[in-house]
Design a protein around this ligand. Structure first.
Ligand code: FES
Length: 189
């Protein structure tokens, strides 16, 4: 009996040690990044957008813009600019597509906003052809502009030098989370 109990105890300790080892190993993986939730501007957890629109939010201390758009909008980008041109997105509520971009200008670091009355870019205003302007990311400092739906690339002819990085957004148990941007954020050329 005692031998059996000892064996069970030994097995339990071994399993616990294995679990701790796996956790340590994953934490020590080069490049391993913690997954963190997206936060609202008031410090609460960001509610998952359920309607089309753009929300100011924060991830890991970085200002971001969270977009909720339609499948047609992003399909329109691929149709106009070639397959794979649309900003990467994940499925959200009500058939929406969600993505999140750094809100820090790559020109001189000002925080950008979104002007819903403008077309998406200079050459294509309305990707989904619904007769309504798609809106454009604008910088209030020097009027840098970015096309949110086309990989957040700079709008030609504006001071924006490079694209705005996107988060590797995921929806886990009803919470929007991310672990990294897909490129440099803030000032870079
Ligand atoms: S800081 Fe953004 S355009 Fe100058």
């Amino acid at each position: 009996m005692e031998a059996a109990q000892g064996a069970v105890r030994g097995a339990t300790v071994a399993v616990a040690a294995l679990a701790v080892g796996i956790l340590l190993l994953s934490a020590l993986q080069p490049g391993a990044q913690a997954t963190r939730p997206l936060m609202a501007a008031d410090g609460s957890m960001l509610a998952v957008p359920a309607q089309p629109g753009v929300t100011k939010a924060v991830w890991n201390g970085h200002a971001i813009l969270v977009f909720a758009t339609t499948f047609d909008e992003l399909a329109g980008v691929d149709a106009a600019r070639g397959l794979g041109s649309a900003t990467n997105s994940i499925a959200g509520p009500n058939g929406l597509r969600l993505f999140a971009l750094s809100a820090k200008s790559t020109q001189a670091g000002c925080l950008v906003g979104f002007n819903p009355t403008l077309g998406a870019s200079r050459d294509v205003a309305d990707y989904d052809r619904d007769g309504v302007a798609d809106g454009r990311i604008m910088d209030p400092c020097h009027q840098g502009q970015w096309d949110a739906f086309n990989k957040a690339k700079p709008v030609p002819g504006t001071p924006a030098p490079t694209r705005l990085a996107a988060l590797d957004l995921a929806l886990r148990d009803g919470v929007l989370v991310a672990s990294a941007f897909d490129g440099p954020i803030g000032v870079h050329r």
